[in-house]
Design a binder for this molecule. Structure first.
Ligand code: AP5
Ligand code: MG
Length: 215
């Protein structure tokens, strides 16, 4: 199964993808995570992407479609994939069609997380992740069970993203509205779009997504 999780910054794409990985053995392909790893390693892609990401703008279509193709090639053919944060523009949606068909894959569902944008700034500015395993948390909505210790790997170091400040979040939302939301009709025309209430509790959103996958 191949699915896209679509929604603005802070909608819960990464949070829900991590849960599907744990519960269903699917693989999460997050272009944001892959780009952040490239920035950290200082690869040529990372050097190109760093300033663009810190400004909240979109990295070039060629770069992100290239890394998605490479990531898929590293997976066995029967591994289910969750695309998180990709595609984000009409050219990326078109590239994804080619990338999937070249690998005998097809899209099963595009799941839109419907959210109230006004509430997303609070979500994003409260977000942090485990520095060792990447598990996501929130200052108010998803705290570690033991304060200062990761639930998953028991690490004690956490980090915050440089683009998680209010000003950059506003730019990221504007990019979403201008370039990403307009790709939904492409998938609507294929009858594969489903919507979930992204403002519900984290576990409730997962239940709604699982119901779509089990249909
Ligand atoms: P990316 O990493 O994809 O960021 P984004 O789209 O802005 O989305 P976020 O990761 O901020 O939000 P999310 O939906 O994953 O929310 P999360 O689950 O963490 O991209 C970053 C940058 O990389 C881009 O700006 C761009 O520069 C570049 N880039 C990446 N992909 C690209 C592409 N394809 N093309 C071009 N450029 C690209 O949740 C947020 C917080 O809320 C968490 O703390 C979580 O605990 C909490 N939370 C989640 N769900 C709930 C809930 N239901 N209730 C309460 N709290 C919740
Ligand atoms: Mg994310």
């Amino acid at each position: 199964m191949n699915i896209i999780l679509l929604g603005p910054p802070g909608a819960g794409k990464g949070t829900q993808a991590q849960r599907l990985v744990t519960e269903r053995g699917m693989v999460q392909l997050s272009t944001g995570d892959m780009l952040r790893a490239a920035v950290k390693e200082g690869t040529p892609t990372g050097l190109k992407a760093k300033a663009v990401m810190e400004a909240g703008q979109l990295v070039s279509d060629e770069i992100v479609s290239g890394i998605i193709g490479e990531a898929l090639d590293a997976l066995s053919a029967d591994t289910g994939v969750i695309f998180d944060g990709y595609p984000r523009t009409a050219p990326q949606a078109e590239s994804l069609d080619g990338i999937l068909s070249a690998r005998n894959r097809s899209l099963d569902h595009v799941i839109e997380l419907e959210v109230d944008e006004d509430k997303l700034v609070e979500r994003i500015t409260g977000r942090f992740t485990c520095a060792s395993c990447g598990k996501g948390y929130h200052d108010r909505f998803e705290q570690p069970k033991v304060e200062g210790e990761c639930d998953k790997c028991h690490g004690h170091e956490f980090k915050r993203r440089p683009d998680d400040n209010e000003e950059t979040v506003r730019t990221r939302m504007a990019e979403y509205r201008a370039k990403t939301a307009p790709i939904l009709p492409i998938y609507e025309a294929r009858g594969i779009v489903a919507r979930v209430d992204g403002m519900a509790d984290i576990g409730e959103v997962t239940t709604q997504i699982e119901a779509i996958l089990d249909k």
